[in-house]
Design a protein around this ligand. Structure first.
Ligand SMILES: [Zn+2]
Length: 269
């Protein structure tokens, strides 16, 4: 059993290393697979032994081997948290896949959590939810539900229909919010990527999971804004990366399932 812990964590750290590449190159419109990593300052190719997740950063003391330029501490941090997110899928209780064996939820959860984490980081840094990631995640979510359907019962497409309806509802809901928000405040209040992210989350969490996530998103973003204003850490007109709250709410609902949040929403705790 312990060996699975280590495996999942290590795989997660490697995926985290890939996330670092994606969030660095995607905004620059560079290919994420080619060429191999090099130092942005001196262009020295990074050797494999200097590219090990987490470990290499500490061995190199956070500096490039050739030119000694600082490597941001966010690199090992992102690798560590991706490792943690993948590992935690061992305990994930996603409501829509509660009947599935653990290895299925680990596999699907790894894809879902890594995609959400990447989107959260990009929205945090650039207020940007790139379409290849949201739509790619949506296609993966629908495909997963379809594969589960095909493996369980050939004649009932219950998972995939549920996932499709959920993603449709997520998309419509955020487009309506955006429409009315613009009417009321006379300016765009939601980014264009939020509706696509909601659609993607619907395809992984189902209808109930999606709306619980949306509730969590507005509850947490609301608390964040109020606290920020009271403590004078944010300004009145400051943009809020709502995708960060959406992504983390989606992660919580995937790991903890729907029941615990329904109890909180309906004051049963
Ligand atoms: Zn360098």
């Amino acid at each position: 059993m312990e060996i699975i812990f280590i495996y999942l964590f290590v795989i997660g750290c490697c995926l985290g290393s890939f996330i670092n590449v994606v969030i660095y190159r995607l905004p620059l419109n560079k290919s994420i697979v080619y060429p191999n990593s090099s130092c942005p300052k001196c262009n020295a190719k990074i050797k494999w032994f200097d590219n090990l997740p987490i470990i290499s950063w500490f061995l190199l003391n956070g500096k490039c081997r050739s030119c000694k330029t600082k490597i941001a501490f966010s690199y090992p941090i992102i690798e560590f948290f991706t490792g943690l997110l993948v590992f935690l899928n061992l305990y994930a209780q996603p409501a829509i896949y509660s009947q599935q064996p653990t290895y299925i939820t680990i596999f699907l959860g790894s894809i879902f959590s890594v995609t959400l984490f990447t989107l959260a980081l990009l929205d945090f840094k650039y207020y940007w939810l790139p379409q290849p990631l949201t739509l790619g995640g949506l296609i993966l979510g629908i495909t997963s539900s379809l594969l589960i359907d095909l493996s369980n019962d050939f004649y009932q497409f219950s998972y995939s229909i549920y996932a499709l309806i959920a993603s449709f509802l997520g998309f419509i809901f955020f487009n309506l919010l955006s429409h009315f928000g613009r009417k009321i405040f006379n300016k765009p209040v939601l980014g264009g990527g939020d509706a696509k992210l909601a659609a993607m989350m619907g395809s992984w969490l189902g209808i109930n999971g999606l709306f619980i996530s949306i509730w969590l998103t507005f509850a947490s973003a609301g608390i964040f804004v109020i606290l920020g204003l009271v403590l004078k850490k944010i300004k009145r007109n400051q943009k809020i990366p709502l995708g960060v709250f959406l992504a983390f709410s989606g992660l919580l609902v995937w790991y903890f399932g729907n029941q615990v949040f329904l109890k909180i929403i309906f004051f049963q705790i």
